[in-house]
Design a protein around this ligand. Structure first.
Ligand code: GLC
Length: 417
């Protein structure tokens, strides 16, 4: 099974920012100095970290792969890097977090990805820019990025040689030419800073089968819309591309205790379906707490997604877009001769499928395999009294129960001729 069959994955943003628990950009937002941020390093001790539980929760939710932040913009490394002291090994926790995560995912049959920040707000050779926490200082230090970029490459080499086969490399992010809002030069960074071609070549040499995302400021293997759902299948220069929407549970990636902007499980299921209907994947994020656990709100949401997924896996996994056009408030996905009609709104008794007359052998509600009757009305029949009018030629009409099935999104499985 390949990346485009997986369709649903887990993103995990874990690091020092779990302790302030007010967004993973807290160092930037609050302009914290290294000294001020150090308190989180000194208290980092995720004693309840249990990646087996994470991986099982993900699998039960229907996810097929998992991507972990090996380093985020704050520069903190979740593994015992040879080229840095700013790692988990030097915190009170004192040991590697990445290896156990990889082992747990593998044991649960999940594909494995590493998110790795190109940006680094801790490294002494990373030049200040518009996003740097110390951007307001009147004097910016002179910095040559070369030593930082060497470090970046060395760390990626460590990650891709220590843990066996890795399926996805998820770099984040490039912002060449980006300036301050008031027009002052922002010294945004891009491919020349990261030496992206060289970095990508090394990744491919170390892991020939890996997929690399598109945030190195050069084209990658897949595109990464963030916190929005694309309006349709994504393309580059008119050619369809592989894509993966990354989405949060509540708008923040890192654990954000007081943020109540939680998406409902129903909405998240619709986002998953919407992605697949447009040929994309959904990478859904959890920000574990400073103790190393998924908090109850995240677990509750994933459980509910899993309840839907258990009965509806086959309308998502291995499916892609359909050539047919769905009726309003619906999404189609398709795999071979199975067409899946996802009903985002539940109509009164009838749903009309344009162009599907004569193409459907059998129809059933997917969650309970109960038959759905299909009819084709005479297009010349006028609507009157209790007689439903004919629909445009070629329309297939499905007859639904009045009671909406009690599932997050009802799905009708159509067996095509
Ligand atoms: C970003 C943000 C970030 C998050 C990521 C996920 O661009 O900087 O904090 O890690 O996207 O896609």
């Amino acid at each position: 099974m390949s990346f485009t069959d997986w369709r649903f994955g887990l993103f995990v943003h874990f690091g020092l920012y779990a302790l302030p628990a007010r967004h993973e950009w807290v160092k930037n937002r609050e302009r914290l100095t290294d000294e001020e941020y150090q308190v989180y390093f000194d208290h980092f001790d995720p004693d309840l970290y249990d990646p087996v539980a994470w991986a099982r929760t993900a699998r039960a939710a229907g996810m097929k792969y998992a991507v972990l932040t090996t380093k985020h913009h704050d520069g903190f490394c979740l593994w015992d890097s040879e080229v840095s002291d700013y790692t988990v090994a030097k915190t009170p926790y004192g040991k590697d977090l990445v290896g156990p995560f990889v082992d747990a995912c593998r044991a649960e049959g999940l594909g494995i990805g590493f998110y790795h920040s190109l940006i680094d707000w801790h490294h002494p050779s990373f030049p200040y820019d518009l996003n740097h926490p110390q951007r307001d200082e009147p004097e910016w230090p002179e910095r040559d990025i070369t030593a930082y970029t060497d470090y970046l490459h060395a760390q990626v080499r460590e990650l891709l040689t220590r843990y066996g086969q890795i399926d996805i490399m998820w770099f984040d992010f490039s912002y060449p030419g980006r300036d301050f809002e008031d027009g002052r030069p922002g010294f945004g960074k891009g491919k020349d800073d990261w030496r992206s071609e060289e970095l990508m070549a090394m990744v491919r040499e170390l892991q020939p089968d890996i997929l690399i995302n598109d945030r190195l400021d050069i084209p990658g293997d897949f595109t990464t819309p963030e916190q929005y759902q694309p309006a349709g299948p994504m393309t580059r220069d008119g050619v369809p591309v592989v894509w993966e929407a990354c989405q949060t549970l509540n708008g923040s990636w890192g654990y954000d205790r007081d943020n109540l902007n939680w998406k409902s499980p129903d909405l998240l299921v619709r986002m998953l379906i919407d992605s697949v209907s447009k040929g994309g994947n959904l990478l859904l994020n959890v920000g574990p707490t400073g103790r190393g656990e998924f908090d109850p709100r995240a677990v509750g949401t994933l459980d509910q997604i899993g309840a839907w997924f258990r009965q509806h896996e086959r309308s998502v996994r291995g499916c892609g877009p359909s050539e047919f056009t769905p009726p309003p408030d619906c999404r189609y996905t398709q795999r071979g001769d199975r067409l899946y009609l996802h009903l985002f709104a539940w109509p009164m008794q009838h749903v009309h499928l344009p162009g599907m007359a004569g193409k459907v052998r059998y129809a059933q509600l997917l969650h309970d395999a109960s038959e759905i009757k299909c009819t084709v009305a005479d297009p010349n029949q006028a609507a009157q009294n209790t007689t439903m009018g004919g629909q445009p030629a070629g329309t297939l009409t499905l007859h639904l129960p009045i009671q909406r099935p009690d599932v997050a999104v009802p799905v009708i499985e159509l067996f095509l001729d």
